[in-house]
Design a protein around this ligand. Structure first.
Ligand SMILES: NC(=O)c1ccc[n+]([C@@H]2O[C@H](COP(=O)([O-])OP(=O)(O)OC[C@H]3O[C@@H](n4cnc5c(N)ncnc54)[C@H](OP(=O)(O)O)[C@@H]3O)[C@@H](O)[C@H]2O)c1
Length: 315
């Protein structure tokens, strides 16, 4: 099968599209014939070698944590899927393995693809939307009528965070640059702040949850804009924050947390449910064929994506 493979860490040019053996599945996995794969910033961070402690350095390495495609084989212990099923998935196997024509994916991170999404839109969703959901629900404990500020409102995570916060009944303030304000409003933000014109933390307003999806706010400043029991969540480890461990029950008032979480099929089903109700959709920044994987990474590294970058594996 064709795959984008790296044999060492480095710039985008270390990725080569070449023929490699199809992965073998274990009893708890499904083999997915990948139609589209999501591109996330974590992919280029792994490629550059920043995350070898967590993801190892086993080469050849195939990146890509998001896939949409067709089930080709089913492991002996797997119930609920059969060959031919159209699915979307958030791989948690190694470095992901979805930048390839076939990916072996743990069945407990796979769900049926909602018909309302095409394959590009479905591949865009899992990692970013699950991150948005887990941040707002597990760390933010967001309640109806509460106020949430989302920094990076139209990035990969932000586009889902706005919609999910609205689905949870919150009042949403979206922070982005001038030309992205209309998109943040279209996605459902009740209020928008142009960070190029105004410091979002100097408006005199307070929020129950400040979700910094891009890690450009300081916790020491954000905490002054939180309600007494409010919480600051970041997706990039910044000074002064603690790691939120899945299952953790204690959240300190005005605490700052870096989100750590585990993907589940149950959460993918929640996303799929919202999609079927017309309450969640993907915003696609750009679509690249597998052969242009280097360009896809370079686009992600600009930190200017409006929504998600997708890799098309199969027409
Ligand atoms: N901890 C986790 O589990 C986890 C999970 C997912 C992602 N992450 C991390 O979270 C970060 C965001 O991921 P992503 O997929 O959303 O990234 P992304 O799609 O690359 O984010 C792009 C967005 O960042 C915004 N942005 C850039 N500079 C900004 C600034 N100074 N202030 C406010 N917004 C700014 C841009 O908006 P403008 O053009 O309008 O400025 C753009 O829309 C990445 O570092 C990623 O690795 C962590």
């Amino acid at each position: 099968m064709k795959a984008a493979v790296l044999d060492k860490f480095g710039p985008s040019t270390v990725m080569e599209v070449c023929d490699v053996p199809k992965p073998a599945i274990n009893a708890d996995q499904v083999l997915v014939e990948v139609i589209a794969a999501g591109v996330n910033p974590i992919d280029w961070k792994i490629r550059e070698g920043w995350m070898s402690e967590r993801f190892g350095s086993d080469f050849p390495m195939i990146l890509g944590f998001d896939a949409s495609g067709i089930v080709a084989e089913v492991g002996a212990n797997v119930d609920g899927f059969q060959p031919g099923d159209h699915v979307f998935a958030r791989s948690n196997v190694g470095a992901g393995g979805c930048y390839a024509e076939y990916a072996a994916i743990n069945a407990d991170t796979v769900a049926a693809k909602p018909d309302q999404l095409n394959d590009d839109e479905a591949a865009a969703m899992p990692l970013a939307a699950l991150t948005a959901l887990n941040g707002l629900r597990e760390v933010g404990r967001l309640q109806p009528e509460q106020r949430v500020l989302i920094n990076g409102a139209v990035g990969g995570v932000g586009v889902y965070a706005i919609q999910i916060a609205k689905n949870m009944g919150a009042h949403v303030t979206g922070v982005c640059s001038t030309h992205n304000l209309p998109l943040a409003r279209e996605l459902g933000a009740d209020q928008v702040i142009d960070y190029k014109a105004q410091n979002p933390l100097a408006t005199g307003e307070t929020w129950d949850v400040i979700y910094d999806t891009v890690g450009y706010l300081k916790h020491s400043e954000a905490r002054e804009c939180l309600t007494p029991d409010g919480v600051y969540i970041t997706l990039v480890p910044v000074e002064g924050i603690e790691f939120f461990i899945p299952g953790q029950t204690e959240i300190k008032p005005r605490g700052g947390y870096f989100l750590v979480w585990a993907p589940t099929a149950a959460d993918l089903e929640i996303l799929a449910g919202w999609v079927r109700q017309g309450k969640l959709h993907s915003v696609i920044d750009s679509i690249y064929p597998l052969e242009l994987i280097r360009d896809a990474h370079e686009r992600s590294q600009t930190e200017r994506a409006r929504g998600k970058i997708v890799l098309r594996i199969k027409d």
